[in-house]
Design a protein around this ligand. Structure first.
Ligand code: ADP
Length: 504
């Protein structure tokens, strides 16, 4: 059977003739076949969303949230099963597959729970008889374009708040994880949400581009590569009524100072560099380490990187699963080659895993292990500037104070996540105040965001509209609402309200 799109409350084949397959990146096995969405399918979905908006916005926040509470319960009840689906479809090891589902229900819980929270501000007016308020209205149709690496959590980052706030949605899941897309769409169908409020079109970047391009789409939410995100942001910028909130990658770094506890430093660096096979937007590819602790840190980090368990992601003893697809392994290899040229020393090279490291039945998986190298810091090195999105990590030794470490840390076009490892609160606070990132951590890995915090980057990593809880900024419009309780009209700033005529 070929899975379909979900448009206006119906499962449909769409107008295209092409299909595509979802592949298990650990085995190469086909998981399902899906219709590939076209521009015409996206047009139908946006028309349905536009049509459904007027009635949906009339419901209260609390009534809209009821549909999401159903989904919250289902995500929880199906935790194990869905965690396995995530792992099979995107190759993250099983604890990460399950955490993806947990994060999704956390986001739904936050959005649906927020429906009962007070909203807006009561603002004082200069004029005692005026009441002033800040209120929010839904923007309309929200186009959501999501990546493969958090195939359940990120769609709910985009959609849960959008829907509770009264928007309707057209969602284009990542082409690598359509099975997760199918299951989420089934959940919306079962929730009984009114037709057209939630729509899903499966497919590739051309379907995503059609969402961005559609005049009926009021806000575009995008999480993915910087390349695509910048294209979307610049296209949307030329359309005055439209808004894009783009969340992109990073070249994230961890600063390990001379005051670091090295147990914490090594643990944090290993988690940040190798979890999800380095394929998180917050993964760390640069470790900036003080000369006083450099040799010991290096020895300990390398020892773990040599041994980190790469293998079957469904096996609970695995730390790192495969990369998402063959082309991505190729990209990681190319960056490893570049680093071989730019590095002073390659410390760990598990680019090609030995046959004995690849579990039986997984020979067709997309395997790549840790690659660790050291460089003499030079602002012109590409390997420490460009995002690889893999288990590829540079050790950079620094001398001097925390100011110098942060200068090196900030020397990248990106600014998503970062961490400082130190027992000295002055160093920690300096990093907190000067690191150019949206997500900063002290004595922790630079991964592991929680939905009740804002999630967003600066510089090339984002355009200022955070996702997770604060996506509310991108999917609502504020109204400054002022009501006069008097029969007289009185103006602020001493402005005269007298109407003068020639008779006066
Ligand atoms: P990743 O590198 O994580 O795969 P991408 O930016 O390539 O990130 O993809 C993220 C999402 O953006 C996917 O759903 C993909 O299909 C979609 N996409 C890719 N190209 C475009 C485009 N030109 N316009 C809109 N969406 C796109």
């Amino acid at each position: 059977m070929t899975y379909q799109h979900y448009i206006d409350g119906e499962w449909v084949d769409g107008h295209g003739t092409e299909t595509f397959e979802s592949e298990n990146p650990a085995t190469g096995e086909t998981l399902g076949e899906f219709h590939r969405g076209t521009e015409a399918d996206v047009r139908e979905a946006t028309a349905a969303a536009d049509e459904a908006f007027e009635e949906w916005r009339e419901l209260s926040h609390i009534d809209r949230a009821e549909y999401l509470w159903d989904i919250y319960h289902e995500l929880k009840e199906r935790h194990e099963e869905l965690g396995e689906v995530v792992t099979k479809e995107c190759g993250k090891e099983i604890s990460e597959g399950k955490a993806d589902v947990t994060e999704a229900w956390h986001m739904v819980e936050w959005a649906a729970g927020d429906a009962r929270h007070p909203k807006g501000d009561v603002v004082p007016s200069e004029i005692p008889s005026k009441d002033a308020y800040m209120r929010r209205k839904p923007r309309g149709v929200v186009g959501c374009i999501t990546p493969w690496n958090f195939p359940v959590a990120i769609p709910f980052w985009h959609m849960a708040v959008s829907l509770v706030e009264g928007n309707t949605v057209v969602w284009k899941p990542a082409e690598q994880t359509p099975w997760c897309g199918q299951i989420i769409a089934e959940m919306f169908e079962e929730s009984g949400i009114p037709d057209g409020v939630f729509n899903m079109v499966q497919g590739y970047g051309d379907a995503g581009a059609a969402v961005v391009d559609d005049d009926r789409v009021d806000t575009v939410l995008f999480t993915g590569s910087a390349e695509v995100g910048h294209e979307i942001a610049s296209e949307v910028a030329s359309d005055p009524g439209k808004l894009a909130a783009c969340e992109m990658g990073g070249k994230n770094g961890i600063v390990v100072t001379e005051e670091a506890d090295l147990d914490v430093a090594v643990h944090s660096a290993v988690m940040s560099s190798f979890k999800t096979t380095g394929q998180r937007c917050v993964s760390s590819e640069r470790l900036v380490v003080h000369e006083d602790v450099y040799d010991e840190f290096k020895e300990r980090f390398v020892e773990v990187a040599e041994k980190v368990a790469v293998g079957d992601p469904l096996d609970e003893d695995t730390f790192m699963g495969p990369a998402i697809e063959a082309e991505h392994v190729e990209k990681i290899r190319e960056y490893n080659d570049l680093a071989r040229e730019e590095a002073t020393n390659v410390l760990v090279d598990r680019t090609e895993l030995g046959d004995e490291e690849i579990p039986d039945g997984h020979e067709d998986g997309h395997w790549v292990g840790p690659f660790v190298y050291e460089v003499d810091y030079d602002p012109d090195l590409r390997s420490i500037k460009e995002e690889v999105f893999g288990p590829h990590v540079a050790l950079i030794e620094y001398s001097g104070d925390i100011e110098r470490a942060v200068e090196i840390h900030n020397d990248t076009p990106y600014g998503l996540a970062g961490a400082v490892i130190s027992e000295d609160y002055r160093q920690i606070n300096y990093y907190r105040d000067h690191a150019e990132v949206g997500l900063a951590y002290g004595n922790l890995p630079c991964i592991g965001a929680e939905v009740q915090l804002p999630f967003g980057g600066v510089k090339k990593s984002g355009n200022g509209y955070p996702s997770a809880r604060e996506v509310i900024e991108a999917v609502t419009e504020r109204t400054a609402w002022t009501l006069n309780n008097s029969k007289d009209i009185e103006m602020a700033q001493g402005l005269s309200a007298d109407i003068k005529t020639e008779d006066d």
